[in-house]
Design a protein around this ligand. Structure first.
Ligand SMILES: Cc1cc2nc3c(=O)[nH]c(=O)nc-3n(C[C@H](O)[C@H](O)[C@H](O)COP(=O)(O)OP(=O)(O)OC[C@H]3O[C@@H](n4cnc5c(N)ncnc54)[C@H](O)[C@@H]3O)c2cc1C
Length: 356
């Protein structure tokens, strides 16, 4: 590698750019992160839930057995380093909708791949007096949520203090790509990695990739009842933030793809919430964001087909919290030591779209 001012320039400080920054920094690389806090960010809207068993059919999250332990170590060690609390372990309680669903789910729990993610303790339904659960429910474990805004803020402070973060709007036209390095605003870098979430679509280096962004909305509500530390999941989720505040989400919509909360999405969530909660509540807020999802639901990570010093770390879709740490580790190994990157996340799988 030729001598440069920095090893890596990272554009975007969502959970993607931040997880990558920590890995490269810990491997002794000199980094500069560019972030513009005034721009929207999916990570700032996300509920931050990590859930090993998702969907109506209780499907195990892709690579859960690798991703979950890795993420846990990453986030808890970061908490210690940054002296902050952003990891909230919490079971996910899934009330059954019918006897039939109860039977189906209980049959599935015999699957040895799924069993470690289901609690064998007595059902917590009695504690959750404010939840409709006439048919009982299932308690998923090894789950919880990460307070992403706090993690991002604390990381930004750390990197700012070390001189590794700059607050700026990155204009891709200002990037000069040379054969062995890139330069931007008078500084040189061994490589640039774009981690811009949905805003990758405005970047000509990577806007040919098959992003399939999905808008989502989340509500915040207040109750008078004391909430227990369980995430409830039945079509929607409720996530307790304190003893009487919770987040409720999320919607999935495609048109328009903007960052504005809407009354229609609020109505959709409230209709579901009323079927799930037995107690009154007050709506206190609504936020919306755009998930950087991909057609094949796998991340978009790798090096540009023509420019060896231009990379991307994106496509974290609906699961940035679980995917970002593990694949930041893999990508760092790939760009530094040429270690293998899982072909299912490598953008090489889409190179034919670039060359057509
Ligand atoms: C409603 C909703 C709920 C969600 N819930 C969950 C959940 O419970 N669990 C989960 O794992 N995931 C969840 N997600 C998905 C999660 O938000 C994403 O997977 C993740 O945040 C993507 O992170 P990212 O860093 O790739 O993108 P982002 O968080 O969008 O970060 C990209 C960053 O790059 C910055 N940027 C872009 N262009 C520039 C530029 N030119 N100059 C400077 N900065 C730039 C942006 O401002 C932004 O800060 C949810 C998403 C939504 C919308």
């Amino acid at each position: 590698m030729e001598q440069t001012d920095y090893d890596y320039l990272i554009v975007g400080q969502g959970i993607g750019g931040t997880a990558l920054a920590w890995h490269l920094h810990d491997l002794g690389k000199k980094i500069l992160i560019i972030g513009d806090s005034s721009l929207p960010s999916s990570s700032k809207v996300a509920a931050g839930i990590f859930n090993p068993l998702t969907g109506k059919k209780l499907v195990k999250t892709w690579l859960a057995d690798d991703l979950f332990p890795y993420a846990k170590t990453f986030y808890t060690s970061l908490e210690q380093r940054l002296d902050a609390r952003f990891v909230h372990e919490a079971s996910i309680y899934r009330p059954f909708r019918s006897i039939e669903e109860q039977n189906n789910y209980l049959a599935q729990t015999a699957d040895p791949g799924i069993a470690p993610y289901i609690s064998s303790k007595p059902n917590p339904a009695r504690e959750l007096h404010y939840v409709q659960a006439d048919f009982g429910g299932l308690e998923v474990v090894q789950s919880g949520w990460i307070d992403l805004p706090l993690l991002l803020e604390k990381s930004r402070e750390y990197f700012s203090d070390a001189g590794f973060y700059r607050e700026a709007l990155f204009n891709v036209e200002d990037l000069i790509v040379g054969p062995n390095s890139v330069s931007w605003q008078g500084s040189t870098f061994g490589m640039v990695v774009f981690s811009q979430g949905f805003m990758a679509l405005e970047n000509h280096f990577f806007n040919w990739l098959p992003f399939a962004p999905v808008k989502g909305q989340i509500l915040e509500i207040a109750t008078e009842d004391i909430l227990k530390p369980y995430i409830i999941n039945q079509g929607i989720f409720t996530l307790p933030l304190s003893e009487n505040r919770m987040k409720v989400g999320a919607t999935y919509s495609w048109d328009p793809l903007d960052w504005e909360a809407t009354q229609a999405a609020t109505d959709e969530l409230e209709a579901k919430l009323k079927g799930l909660l037995k107690v009154p509540y007050k709506l206190t807020g609504a936020t919306a964001g755009i998930r950087p999802s991909v057609k094949d639901r796998r991340p978009l990570i790798g090096i540009h087909p023509e420019f060896a010093n231009v990379g991307i770390f994106n496509g974290l879709g609906t699961k940035g919290v679980t995917l970002a740490p593990f694949f930041a580790g893999q990508f760092a190994g790939y760009i530094i030591n040429g270690k293998e990157l899982n072909p299912l996340v490598n953008i090489k799988r889409y190179f034919s779209l670039y060359f057509r």
